[in-house]
Structures are given as structure tokens and as C-alpha cells.
Write a protein that binds this ligand. Structure first.
Ligand code: SF4
Length: 363
């Protein structure tokens, strides 16, 4: 059966270490460490944990000289390309480029001196380091109380963000620098969607998508899925970050799940389907599904496993799953690709599903 596929926007390819953004390359998943970068050991431990979780690129904040001093070791030992996140000081960007960062994230709105921005561009050009030029809703309105601030405030936020981005890009274009990735982030999901649509129409640089200050996992996941998911469905976006407050590891799982759900990336490991349960449910579907998910977490092979609460609707609903388990009265029935296989007592259900799943993938 043929399923719909996303037609991706054509963007130019930009290399970030061994990862390509744009140019038809798979949408990559980024995350950002929450350690103090100067603590190279702790930062590397988190980079490795993020890599094991499936991240493609990791960004580190480098607010101090001690942070950029730790970068060389981190870059040397990291399994994935490292991006240095620079805000106010061009010096940090120059140090990060010298330390081997694969990409710099710069918000030129935070660096007032254009000559300093130009020095960073020249150094990045020589070292073949990509630069993400990012605008955030918080940095586009003129802060000083001037006529310009009043004019900024009178404009629609998405238009103002595009206008500021165009202004910043002029400096890069004047320097002939093309290894650019663009981003425009807002806390507001609809603004994110609108501004990125406009950017996608105007430039062909790869786009980094994300929602800023998305909140905790509960709100952040929904807000990010609303904004990033909408854009991805429209074919917009070359790399994504789902950002939450706190531990960055769950961000990676959420980013990958979003890409798997939209078939932008072939799934690695088991896809778990579970029915929402209703008055017909004959077992604890949520507990069974979670136990199966944990027991199959080590599988890399793509296999769909469905956990359903009854044998009335369960088998039909799960007919497309590789393996399904449907609860009955004190027992469960296992189905392989829609065909009944065997029934087992309900307290042996998880063990039986895990055994069959491993058999199906040859493990
Ligand atoms: S599979 Fe059965 S228990 Fe689950 S939601 Fe459907 S009808 Fe209800």
C-alpha cells in the first residue's frame, strides 16, 4: 500500500563536519548540552549520551574563554560534529573556530559592531566552518527607546524577523560567505510557522527549526510538534531541535519520533502502537505497552508491535502491525501480520510478545 510522502523544499547543501544540512540530506536532529562547557569531561559525557540517543549534531554554549579553551578537547573526542553557540562576543566565535568547531551559531543582533561580525565571517570562511544566523523574537525589536523601536513594534513580528534576518545576511553576502544555515525562533508556535514559511520562500539556505523557550517536556513537546511538525509537513526544515527545560536527552527521542512519524527518516527499532483503551479493554494496555517498549528498547530493526485492549476491534485495528497482542478474558492472543498465532495467559503476555518480536527480527 502506498502512503503519502513529504515533498521537501530544495535547499542548498551545507556541510557541518560529516553531516550535510540541506541539499536533500535527511533532516538531522540537534540538541544542546546543559553542562558548563569548560568542564570538558562532564560535557563529553553528555555529548556521548546524546549520541547514543541518536543525535546528529550537538551545540555547546561558549560564553567564556574557559569554555572555548575546553572546546579543542571536546571537538577532538566527540563522536558527532560540535556547534559553538556564541551570543555577545565575537572573540568567542574566533576562538571556537580556531578550536575546530564545525559550525558557529551567531545572532548578529547581539553583536553591534559589524567589523567584528566580518572578522568572524572571514575566519569561518578560511576554516570552512558553517555559520547559523539566527534571529529570535526577543532580539529583533530595537531595545533603545527610539523612533526605530516604535517602528519595529508597529510591524507584524514575523515580518520584522525576516527584515532583521535580511539585514544581517547582507554582511555575509557582502563577504561572499555562503555556508549559511538560517533560523528564526519564537516562543509562539504560529509565529514560528509563519516566519519560517517566509524565509523558505525568500532564501534557499538550509533551515534550522525550533521553538524558543518551549517550556518543560509536557508543553514543549506539543508546542514544538505543532510548529516544527507543521513546517516539516510542508517540506520546510533541514535540521531540528526540540528544546525542553532540563535534561536534553528526551529532546533527542522526541525529535527522532517526530521525524519517524512523518516518514522523514526510516525508523530505527520497534514502533509501539497501543490502543487508547475503552470500556471493552480486558487488560492493562498502558502497563503492557510500556513493559514491551522497555524490553525491546535494544532492537535496531524496524518492527511494529501493537498492544490492544480487546479481541473485538484489536485484531482489525492492528492488522498492519508485524506483531500484535490483543487482550481477552484472562488471556491474550498473539497475531503475526494479522494472522492469529497463539494465546497465552495474560500474565505471560509481555514475555510472549518480546519472544515473538525477537524471533521476527532474527534475534
Ligand atoms: S482495541 Fe478494543 S479496548 Fe482498545 S480501544 Fe479499541 S475497542 Fe477499546
Amino acid at each position: 500500500m502506498q502512503l503519502p510522502q513529504i515533498q521537501r523544499r530544495k535547499s542548498r547543501a551545507v556541510r557541518v563536519g560529516n553531516v550535510t544540512l540541506g541539499g536533500g540530506a535527511p533532516v538531522s536532529v540537534q540538541s544542546m548540552t546543559s553542562t558548563v562547557t569548560a568542564d570538558a569531561q562532564a560535557t563529553l559525557a553528555q555529548v556521548r549520551a546524546l549520541t547514543s540517543a541518536g543525535v546528529d549534531l550537538v551545540r555547546l554554549a561558549v560564553p567564556t574563554r574557559a569554555d572555548t579553551a575546553a572546546l579543542e578537547r571536546i571537538v577532538g573526542e566527540s563522536p558527532v560534529p560540535i556547534i559553538a553557540d556564541v551570543h555577545f562576543q565575537a572573540e568567542r566565535a574566533l576562538e571556537a573556530i580556531a578550536a575546530g568547531a564545525a559550525k558557529i551559531r551567531l545572532n548578529p543582533g547581539n553583536i553591534q559592531d559589524r567589523d567584528q561580525v566580518r572578522r568572524v565571517i572571514d575566519a569561518a570562511g578560511e576554516a570552512h566552518v558553517a555559520i547559523r544566523v539566527g534571529v529570535n523574537e526577543g532580539s529583533v525589536v530595537e531595545r533603545r527607546d527610539t523612533a526605530r523601536r516604535q517602528a519595529d513594534l508597529a510591524k507584524p513580528l514575523d515580518d520584522l524577523m525576516v527584515e532583521k534576518l535580511a539585514e544581517y545576511l547582507q554582511t555575509f553576502q557582502d563577504a561572499g560567505f555562503e555556508d549559511l544555515v538560517l533560523s528564526a525562533k519564537s516562543h509562539d508556535a504560529l509565529t514560528c510557522v509563519s516566519v519560517n514559511r517566509k524565509i523558505a520562500q525568500r532564501w534557499d539556505y538550509p533551515l534550522h527549526l525550533g521553538v524558543t523557550h518551549a517550556g518543560t517536556a509536557q508543553t514543549g513537546s506539543i508546542r514544538s510538534a505543532a510548529a516544527v511538525g507543521t513546517l516539516l509537513v510542508e517540506g520546510i526544515g533541514d535540521t531540528i531541535r526540540i528544546s525542553y527545560a532540563g535534561d536534553p536527552l528526551p529532546e533527542v527521542a522526541a525529535g527522532l519520533e517526530l521525524l519517524y512519524s512523518l516518514r522523514l527518516r526510516p525508523r530505527v527499532g520497534a514502533e509501539l502502537v497501543a490502543c487508547p483503551t475503552c470500556g471493552r479493554a480486558m487488560g492493562d494496555v498502558a502497563a503492557m505497552a510500556e513493559a514491551v517498549r522497555c524490553a525491546l528498547a535494544d532492537l535496531a530493526e524496524p518492527i511494529t508491535v501493537a498492544v490492544m485492549g480487546c479481541v473485538v476491534n484489536g485484531p482489525g485495528e492492528a492488522a498492519n502491525a508485524d506483531l500484535a497482542v490483543c487482550a481477552g478474558d484472562g488471556k491474550v492472543v498473539l497475531y503475526v501480520r494479522g494472522k492469529p498465532l497463539r494465546s497465552v495467559p495474560i500474565d505471560q503476555a509481555v514475555q510472549a510478545v518480546v519472544e515473538e518480536a525477537r524471533k521476527l527480527v532474527g534475534r
